[in-house]
Design a protein around this ligand. Sequence first.
Ligand code: HEC
Ligand code: HEC
Length: 376
Amino acid sequence: MRALVYIGMILLLFSVLACKRDKPDPDPIDPSTPSGCNTFDYSNTTPYQLDIPPFIPPMNIPTDNPLTQEGVELGRFLFWDKSLSSDGSISCGSCHLPEFGFSDPNTFSTGVGGAMGTRTSMALVNLGWANFFFWDGRAATLEEQVFHPILDPVEMNESVQNVVLKVQSNPMYPPMFEAAFGTQCVDSARIARSVAQFMRTLVSFSSDFDKAYYGTSVTFTPEQWNGLELFLKEGGDPADGLGGQWGADCFHCHGGSFTFFTDHELHNNGLDSIFVDPGAYAVTGNPMHLGHFKTPTLRNIAKTGPYMHDGRFATLEDVVEHYNSGGVPSATIDPFMKYTQGGLQLSDYDKFCLIEFLNMLTDEEFMENPAFQDPH
Ligand code: HEC
Ligand code: HEC
């Protein structure tokens, strides 16, 4: 009985915390249904051809929001437009900088009026293949995601009505809306759809790793190759009977197929035993999701620090040290974090190799692509 009361109190505490973190609900904008403008007419648009290499499966583009050159261009202007924030000081690009893999080198990004959140900015890369968005997975589509930062008081702190008004009264935009959606009308759903289109074009598959693994223009150094093998091998001592190979055991969650470097799932990777940030639990209410966060992609990882949802690790050395230690046990820790006792026992040379491998995932062509930069 006592235990039940205790568990009840913990759950209550977490729900209070969860409520505190709650963002105001986006106004009734459902990007899948026509809102103020009532139409989405793509018939006079030009299809946008994504440059996706043959080793990558096709992107899941929603049938009701196809990629068009006009929509992507509009989305790019809006992504970089500071007037989408309440005081005109911040655009999406302020916290998602191209030279840092579309993330922010600060632990917590600065929002309007110096406000600060409690989570670190995420890299915007290959989002068109993801199933949900944010560290806790609370947005199901990119279209739905767009208004979260706009409405968030510690980010852009603006209302749907004001954003629509400001975009509408900027003479540059109505013709762009006409080109992308058939009429000059501006509404939240059209804004969300065009920004989502732009974000789907942020694809990164031209790193040295891709050139070495899928092509011949770059060759692996012995250290990089050793790092790749460690990434793919099970951790731990073979003598323990768990299939150990003295590897680093990264592939279970960051993908063994060497494509996205994420399994697009939520896991608890052993950072904490008490969860200051409840993670996906705040979204699902399922106690098994306490401390579960989205597996980030490792593409451009050398550029997207600081690392983890709260930016607790400054360097890749710190990250590798965390995994090498095995992490801390908790009721919801992932079954693949098997070595909370004893750790992975990687040698200094192995740790070095693993980082050499991760450094290969930097894609300069992606970050410098002129099509993604601020057009204003
Ligand atoms: C003040 C900084 C800030 C601004 C401005 C901002 N973001 Fe973010 N972005 C973040 C943070 C922090 C997160 C992680 C938030 C979380 O998980 O709770 C994030 C997460 C995201 C994600 C999720 C990525 C993933 O892999 O799941 C997307 C997509 C995104 N932002 C797009 C945008 C767009 C579009 C805009 C402009 C409309 C924008 N952001 C404006 C800081 C910012
Ligand atoms: C059990 C699944 C799992 C395993 C195994 C795993 N990771 Fe992770 N990784 C995650 C999750 C989940 C996060 C985000 C956790 C958070 O922020 O709370 C993460 C975060 C990271 C980050 C930070 C990314 C960022 O953008 O902040 C790096 C780097 C990383 N992992 C590398 C590795 C390496 C290298 C290995 C192997 C030694 C590994 N991971 C093994 C699930 C895993």
